[in-house]
Ligand binder design. Structure first.
Ligand code: PBG
Ligand code: MG
Length: 350
């Protein structure tokens, strides 16, 4: 930021900065815990949390090396995860599949298989929880494509309009399986309108669309790509021809405006902590339900430091999540959801 050269006489400046001191002492309200609680402007609650889970086609749990503490869940683990979420009062769960590599193809056909892993998981969760737990499904082709891109590739370019047609079918099979919230994370142009049209035509007028409207071409997604097994396939290729460049800011508002006009109910900014300015601008400009995704790389950073004993895990979990609330987010997708919910319950039951 450019600042005008500082020419004002020093004495005037110091007079200004003294304010009403000692009449005004901001430390008075910070003196006791009761007072700090009383003046608190922003709060984190369990109602703000969305829990992303990775699922695989098998039994038991598989650890993910770059996400220590987060496991892929097998079929037999789903019921317990649902119980955990419901018992803690977490409002919604987001499902991400680790598709077996033999099912990954250039056209990502498994994405539109009504009996794929995600659809089976949705049915299972809905069977267990009914409407007590919202189910969110990602719409993008990367967990299913042999090249790891979110769309169809022609001449090494991700093609927009043909991809959108597949995404509509993907959204439809997920909605038919019982998914409450369709969350397109692919960044193709026009996909929100097309998916909304598909859902309306199918009579599914009450299925929500949570658009990953402002999604950046970020290097903080690395551990997620390990978790769904797409990083090897993606190799050195990037997603910069469709995800936003990290230097863009106004463009994020343009993206959000379009997605709202096309029928998104809620919008998401992603990644989270490095993009809090975008969260703030989106919420203050549009005033619609706004979410942030504390992505895998953010989890990995905080976890790694905590595992070394360099940061206090519980405290940085809550502080990092509160930062999203302060920036204006109405909720946060976070791999810390269960831990955060437990910490919040513990704090309130004391
Ligand atoms: N389109 C897929 C998708 N959905 C969520 C994430 C990343 C989430 C995370 O890092 O936690 C990605 C990866 C990507 O865009 O490459
Ligand atoms: Mg867009």
């Amino acid at each position: 930021m450019n600042r005008a050269p500082h020419r004002a006489p020093l004495v005037r400046m110091s007079h200004f900065s003294r304010g009403n001191f000692p009449a005004t002492r901001l430390r008075r309200v910070r003196r006791h815990d009761w007072s700090r609680r009383l003046v608190a402007e922003n709060q984190l609650s369990v109602d703000d949390l969305i829990w992303p889970i990775f699922v695989f086609d098998g039994e038991g749990r598989q650890p993910i090396e770059s996400l220590p503490g987060v496991d892929r869940l097998g079929h037999d683990q789903i019921a317990e995860a649902v119980q955990t979420a419901c018992r803690l009062g977490i409002p919604a769960i987001a499902i991400f599949p680790a598709t077996p590599s033999e099912l990954k193809t250039p056209d990502a056909a498994e994405a539109i298989n009504p009996d794929n892993l995600v659809c089976r998981t949705v049915r299972k969760i809905k069977q267990e929880a009914g409407d007590a737990l919202g189910v969110i499904c990602d719409v993008a082709l990367d967990p299913y494509s042999s090249h790891g891109q979110d769309g169809l590739v022609r001449d090494s370019y991700v093609i927009n309009d043909e991809t959108v047609e597949v995404l509509c079918q993907q959204a439809l099979v997920q909605a038919e399986a019982g998914c409450d919230v369709i969350a397109p994370s692919d960044m193709m142009d026009g996909r929100i309108g097309a998916i909304r049209g598909t859902l309306e035509t199918a009579g599914m007028t009450n299925v929500q669309i949570m658009s990953y409207a402002a999604k950046y071409a970020s290097s903080f997604y690395g551990p997620f790509r390990d978790a769904v097994g797409s990083s090897g396939n993606l190799g050195k290729a990037s997603k910069s021809t469709y995800q936003q460049s990290p230097g863009q800011s106004d463009e994020a508002l343009h993206e959000v405006a379009l997605d709202l006009a096309e029928g998104a109910d809620t919008v998401m900014v992603k990644p989270g902590m490095p993009y809090l300015d975008i969260v703030y601008r989106v919420k203050s400009t549009f005033g619609v339900p706004t979410f942030a995704y504390q992505v895998s790389g953010e989890y990995a950073m905080l976890s790694a430091a905590a595992n070394h004993g360099w940061l206090d895990r519980d405290k940085v979990i809550l502080e990092s999540l509160l930062a999203f609330k302060r920036a204006g987010a109405d909720g946060v997708l976070t791999y810390f959801a269960v831990e955060a919910a437990r910490l919040l319950h513990a704090a309130h039951s004391q």
